[in-house]
Design a protein around this ligand. Structure first.
Ligand SMILES: NC(=O)c1ccc[n+]([C@@H]2O[C@H](COP(=O)([O-])OP(=O)(O)OC[C@H]3O[C@@H](n4cnc5c(N)ncnc54)[C@H](O)[C@@H]3O)[C@@H](O)[C@H]2O)c1
Ligand SMILES: O=c1ccn([C@@H]2O[C@H](COP(=O)(O)OP(=O)(O)O[C@H]3O[C@H](CO)[C@@H](O)[C@H](O)[C@H]3O)[C@@H](O)[C@H]2O)c(=O)[nH]1
Length: 480
């Protein structure tokens, strides 16, 4: 029986391994982690992450051919194939701080593999890593290899949160990079045969190591660039009276452009886009390509601009101050169908409003108060370290309260900011909400999910990203 061990039981390690176990009943899969609470949760009825369909997959395999354990060394030693899916945060200090990937966790995993291995291993990079990481890992593993043969493969993950299980069941492609040696090609075939249990052959792409590593960074950069492009257009739409949804529809009909990933928003969030682009920028700089670095940096700058623009709109519309005013924040997760708040635009928007002394009442169906408070007090990039190594919040933000429904959040509020596109926000009783708010009552829709015309009929002043401006907003220009 082939034995797979995955180091890192997070958003990637957990769901990917659960799907491999489900689709390959003859393979034994053990997911290991240094975080005891995480592993305890994976072994309980309340999994550590919320992901539609995940519970069902885990329940079908756990205890049969899928196991979660903190006994990292034992399972690594026994495995034939080791996936490494640990954190690769942005460095916060030292060389490359604020840009380069921090490979501390990757390196410690590699050193541990080298220490405990007694048989040949295929080591798979599942984490997103800088180009040429495989070379560094190879050096660590082979430095004192005791005659053990290691083959390193790059097999980046392309799942998106909220749709992870569907993405894993039906991937657009699986990418496997390896050495162009007979040993490297054999390892590629071994991993390919695992995926081939459910992924059509023509969707499994094999490349050299560096192409696979770079393709992951490139894919995220292209995706994020689309969002920054449409968000940049949204600012121009507001200035000219064009409607960004109509523009997206019109350009998306061009088959060369395509309709996906053209939704204007308050900004992209999530643990990957910003981190991976910063990493790409750093790699470009290190390779003497400052123009290329500047090009990609702009994607992040526009994203930051979009969040600031949103905050300025809120404050400017409400007579240039939100001091002491209650603002309801609907949605805190970085997108719907996940409880993940890593780099969510809600953090910057809330901080911006708090900077103008607002009182915030936040509701998100999947995020608890402790998480929100941590996010609003944590330093940038600290969130991307294993949970037990993150600093505790010394204080909580007093002007923030968390409630468990949208109606309570909006009661007596002056304005509502919609920051995540949860389906339940589309069907709220806005008449009831309006009746219980201060007047004039504002809705700032950062996801373009409400029917602005209907809300205006009720009496709201509505701001929708990239849509023709309400006359009220035209008279209140948002100047920073
Ligand atoms: N989240 C996504 O949607 C996504 C998608 C594709 C790729 N990625 C990449 O995958 C990697 C992991 O991301 P994630 O979202 O799963 O992170 P995560 O924080 O959810 O999980 C990482 C896990 O690794 C564990 N860990 C760290 N060092 C360890 C060690 N030495 N030994 C054992 N366990 C260790 C941590 O405790 C944590 O549970 C990152 O490189 C990320 O960029 C993430
Ligand atoms: O048209 C769009 C599409 C997305 N977003 C936002 O962009 C962010 C990222 O969304 P999405 O890409 O769907 O989720 P992630 O889970 O971050 O997935 C991305 O990052 C992963 C980690 O690397 C990759 O594996 C995935 O392929 C890639 O889509 C979220 O805040 C979305 O709200 C928009 O604002 N407009």
């Amino acid at each position: 029986m082939v034995k797979i061990c995955c180091i890192g039981a997070g958003y990637v390690g957990g769901p990917t391994m659960a799907v491999i176990a489900l689709k390959c009943p003859k393979v034994e899969v053990v997911v290991v982690d240094i975080s005891v609470p995480r592993i305890t949760a994976w072994n309980s009825d309340t999994l550590p992450i919320y992901e539609p369909g995940l519970d069902d997959v885990v329940k079908q395999c756990r205890g049969k051919n899928l196991f979660f354990s903190t006994d990292v060394e034992k399972h690594v030693a026994e495995a034939d194939i080791i996936f490494v899916s640990v954190n690769t945060p942005t460095k916060t200090r030292g060389l490359g701080a604020g840009k380069a990937a921090d490979l501390t966790y990757w390196e410690s995993a590699a050193r541990m593999i080298a220490d405990v291995s007694k048989s040949d291993k295929i080591v798979v990079e599942k984490s997103t890593v800088p180009v040429k990481t495989a070379e560094a890992i190879e050096k660590i593993l082979t430095h004192n290899s005791k005659g053990i043969n290691y083959q390193i493969l790059s097999n980046p993950e392309f799942l998106a949160e909220g749709t992870a299980i569907q993405d894993l069941f039906h991937p657009d492609r699986v990418l496997i990079g390896g050495r162009e040696t007979p040993g490297g090609q054999k390892a590629i075939q071994a991993l390919k045969s695992v995926y081939a249990e459910w992924v059509p052959e023509d969707r499994i792409i094999t490349t050299n190591l560096w192409s696979a590593e770079l393709s992951k960074l490139a894919a995220n950069a292209f995706l994020a660039q689309r969002i920054s492009s449409v968000n940049a257009m949204s600012a121009l739409c507001e200035a000219t009276g064009a409607d960004v949804a109509e523009v997206s529809h019109a350009i998306g009909k061009d088959s060369r452009i395509g309709p996906k990933f053209l939704n204007a928003s308050v900004g992209f969030g999530g643990s990957c886009f910003q981190k991976d682009i910063l990493n790409l920028v750093y790699i470009c700089e290190c390779n003497g390509l400052p123009e290329v670095a500047t090009y990609w940096k702009q994607v992040i700058k526009v994203n930051d601009y979009q969040k600031t623009r949103f905050v300025n709109r809120v404050v400017a519309s409400m007579f240039n101050t939100v001091s002491g005013k209650k603002i309801a924040v609907l949605g805190f997760a970085f997108k719907k169908d996940t409880g993940d708040t890593r780099e969510t635009p809600a953090i910057d928007v809330c901080k911006g409003l708090l900077g103008d002394n607002a009182r915030l009442s936040i509701y998100d169906p999947q995020v608890n108060e402790d998480q929100m408070q941590r996010d609003l007090t944590m330093n940038k990039f600290d969130w991307d370290h294993p949970i037990h190594l993150q600093p505790m919040s010394p204080t909580s933000v007093k002007q923030v309260s968390m409630v468990w429904d949208a109606y309570t959040a909006a009661k007596d509020a002056h304005g509502i900011c919609i920051l995540t596109e949860w389906d339940e926000f589309k069907t709220l009783d806005f008449q009831k909400i309006f009746d219980n708010m201060q007047k004039p009552a504002f809705v700032f829709d950062g996801r373009n999910i409400v029917d602005a015309d209907k809300l205006r009929e009720i009496g709201f002043i509505v701001y929708s990203i990239g849509k023709p401006l309400d006359p009220w907003l035209k008279d209140m220009p948002a100047v920073a």
